[in-house]
Design a protein around this ligand. Structure first.
Ligand SMILES: [Zn+2]
Ligand SMILES: [Zn+2]
Ligand SMILES: [Zn+2]
Length: 432
């Protein structure tokens, strides 16, 4: 084991151009890291260390556990086995940290993405304990966006950014900044997602929407069931006898720092113990897509004010609702098919490992300002609650400051309904 692991570690290290005489090229690392690498390589505990690193799949942030366990036969009382972490190569048990984010741990994030991929795919095509006939049920890929909080630069699929002024408005805002942009922004352009005028941009509106995005999603799932009941001509309470809605969704940050939801929405038949029953006749993916669009357009929530003199805001999803029927195994006749199940599962798995800060540099002015407004707002809420003698925990935005690093999004990055497919836990068992 130790030789194999050692070869693996050596093989992974960068080798310089000079060959065997200067086999290690550590010029890409700073002096501290260079020192750490070389002292690790010549340390007497290198074998134990490399074995442990291999055991946790080269996790960047493993968790260290100490303790012991004994397995006893319940009938005879005989000790079947014992396990003590002091017997581990480094005297302590290391397990994977399991961080979803690629920037935190490349290894765990790959495992997470693969698990998410299988979890999402099995809900589309069957497999991993999900019956194959699930692929006969109508399936829609929907993207629910945030509304606009001000003009921002965008790629516009290779066309000019904003060649025209908004209808009925002059070519410059009240701060004297242009409301048009004739540039064509490529991927990686630093202007992408930046407001044309940061002083016009509605930062508070942005923060309030992001804070309540999970509530908007919750309301969407309720409205979708309602819209479906209407389409099927049944009451909401009887809907479960005809059809159930299952979904898997992920949240992804856009460049302007707002999340949007990507969801796979599937229509199953009547509620059963196992789920996955065939959908009612005549309900196609195209029809489901229209029902989804209706439901999204109808969702609203009146968000409470942030502090005294702040208005109530009526929140909605953005007007752009993208819904695509998904081609599944036996549904090749669908004229609207655009995406294959593998593609969609791949997208969702990738989105699920991204986070607010991964795709944007610290130099991003817009996100710096967003964080600053978030922090100021959180401070103001705290100060006001103290002055009014109101317990802060009763305030709807009490934890706003805590979610600053997430740009105010407190929801799950990936979630699914109960009967969408299997759970991650069951999946690991099936794959392991
Ligand atoms: Zn890890
Ligand atoms: Zn632009
Ligand atoms: Zn302005």
């Amino acid at each position: 084991m130790s030789k194999g692991t050692r070869d693996h570690v050596w093989g992974a290290l960068p080798v310089g151009p000079a060959g065997a005489e200067h086999p290690l090229d550590l010029s890409g690392f700073d002096p501290t890291v260079r020192e750490q690498i070389t002292s690790r390589l010549v340390s007497p505990g290198f074998d134990a260390w490399s074995q442990t690193a291999a055991q946790v799949g080269y996790c960047a942030r493993p968790i260290r556990l100490r303790g012991y366990s004994t397995t006893v036969d319940a009938q005879t009382g005989e000790v079947l086995s014992t396990f003590a972490t002091v017997d581990e190569p480094l005297g302590v048990l290391h397990v994977r940290g399991g961080n979803r984010r690629a920037a935190e741990c490349p290894s765990c994030s790959r495992v997470y993405a693969a698990d998410t991929f299988h979890l999402i795919r099995s809900g589309v095509t069957g497999g991993k304990g999900v019956p194959e006939h699930v692929s006969d049920n109508p399936l829609v890929f929907a993207t629910l966006t945030a509304p606009s909080f001000g003009l921002v630069h965008g790629t516009r699929n290779g066309r000019k950014c904003r060649p025209f002024t908004p209808k009925g408005q002059p070519g410059a805002c009240e701060h004297g900044r242009p409301t048009v942009c004739h540039a064509t922004h490529g991927e990686g352009d630093e202007l992408l997602g930046q407001p044309l005028c940061g002083d016009c941009y509605d930062y508070l509106g942005h923060i309030v929407w992001q804070w309540w995005a999970p509530e908007l999603w919750r309301r969407f799932t309720i409205d979708l069931r309602r819209a479906l009941a209407r389409t099927l001509g049944v009451s909401e309470s009887r809907l479960k006898d005809r059809a159930t809605v299952q979904y898997a969704k992920v949240a992804e940050y856009q460049q302007r720092g707002l999340i949007h939801f990507h969801a796979l929405i599937r229509l199953d038949g009547p509620k059963t113990h196992d789920g996955f029953a065939p959908a009612p006749d005549g309900l196609t993916a195209a029809l489901l897509a229209r029902v989804v669009e209706q439901a999204v357009a109808g969702v609203s929530f009146d968000a409470p004010p942030l502090y005294d003199e702040d208005p109530v805001r009526r929140l909605r999803f953005g007007a752009q609702v993208d819904t695509k029927p998904i081609q599944t195994r036996s549904r090749v006749d669908d004229p609207n098919r655009e995406l294959a199940p593998e593609q969609v599962a791949g997208y969702l798995a990738k989105y699920a490992t991204k986070s607010a800060t991964d795709s944007v540099s610290e130099g991003n002015l817009h996100l710096r300002r967003l964080r600053a407004v978030l922090a100021e707002t959180a401070d103001r809420i705290h100060a006001e609650a103290r002055a009014d003698g109101i317990p802060l925990r009763e305030h709807p935005y009490a934890l706003l400051g805590k979610w600053r690093h997430m740009l105010g999004f407190r929801g799950h990055f990936s979630s699914k309904s109960r009967r969408y497919s299997v759970t991650l836990g069951r999946l690991s068992g099936a794959l392991g």
